[in-house]
Design a binder for this molecule. Structure first.
Ligand code: ZN
Length: 104
């Protein structure tokens, strides 16, 4: 039995410096004290906050909502636009470079 060695090319995925990340926070608490997400009587608070490229501000606004409303349960959603780069010297890298030159 022979052994085979597979060498996988080094692709990279990095944040896209030309696009903004988003940070959003949504309150999960209810206005009438029903604290179970599945409780049909729960009246959702509805508070939310979104910001571009500033997670600290999202955290600050979330804490302010805790102080104002006494609500402590949230959902945080963040997006991070990325760029995938094929290995240097690969056929795909050459094809993408030609495509990008043609569209600029
Ligand atoms: Zn709330």
């Amino acid at each position: 039995m022979s052994r085979q060695t597979f060498k996988f090319a080094d692709w990279t995925t990095t944040p896209d410096p030309k696009a903004s990340a988003t940070y959003s926070v949504f309150c999960r608490d209810s206005l009438n004290g029903a604290d179970d997400d599945r409780n049909e009587d729960a009246e959702p608070c509805g508070w939310s906050f979104s910001v571009l490229d500033d997670k600290a501000e999202a955290d600050k606004q979330q804490k302010a909502h805790v102080e104002d409303a006494g609500h402590r349960f949230f959902v945080e959603v963040s997006t991070c636009p990325t760029v995938v780069t094929p290995p240097p010297g690969s056929v795909l890298a050459g094809r993408l470079a030609r495509l990008e030159r043609a569209t600029r």
